[in-house]
Design a protein around this ligand. Sequence first.
Ligand code: A2P
Length: 280
Amino acid sequence: LTDTFTLANNVKIPVLGFGTWQTPDGDVAYQATLDALKAGYRHIDTAAIYGNEESVGRAIADSGIPREDLFITTKLWNTDHGYAETQAALKLSLKKLGLDYVDLYLIHWPNPIDFRNEWQQRNADSWRAMEEAYQNGLTRAIGVSNFQIHHLEELFKTATIKPMVNQLFLNPSDTDDEVVAFNKAHGILNEAYSPLGTGAIFDLPEVKAVANRLNKTVAQVVLRWSLDKGFLPLPKSTHAERIIENGQLFDFELSAKDTATIDNLRGKFGFHKDADQVEF
Ligand code: A2P
């Protein structure tokens, strides 16, 4: 769990992160984050909209793990797009997390409904604030989430620093090949949220067969597949035993045949992406 990818700016990022989307604030988020840190995770992914930054921050503090050993990501919510808004939003996230800096700050969505006709300018303005935050040491890296190619190309017109990460809905059913390839070509790391398809993966007999044969679990097989694709998976769980299980990915390998079986699951549980969000 301490293996790392290296971002374009040479910052190291642990190859597996702990996802906290849909993890309720309060005791649940606190305990789950603490369980993840105890299990050896050093990379925690949260967001302002998840509403759990305070609990996540409390768990980080109580874990006693040195700050420099941790990699913490949070995200700018849709209603905060803009230059001054982004500065204020990051400040508030840091306060809630109880941190002086985060390791990665992401624009959560490219085109919020409130800013449908001005997303280009809003992203450019947010990005300028993020570049400054990066230069001022409030975040060690900056990136985006849910950006399609046209959103990235638009951002590149004004950016002086390219995003280091694009966090996407990536799992065997949805591999978003074109965006993934575009990211790779631009030195942008592909992070995978909902790598277990928000749980849909567990219903597929094809993965169960591979898992049974390898004496691993469905979650482990699918997370291994995600790593093999070069993605950085961010599995979410609120159960300690599953959190531990999801971190045990480094003592087995998938054969070419197993990989092909999982590759063939493309489209199996429908597409999560709200076309209205991403195609605009
Ligand atoms: P729970 O949080 O109750 O453990 P994703 O990361 O793709 O969003 O998937 C998260 C979903 O998968 C959650 O419903 C989570 O439930 C469940 N989950 C996570 N890890 C495992 C696991 N190892 N075994 C079974 N279910 C899991």
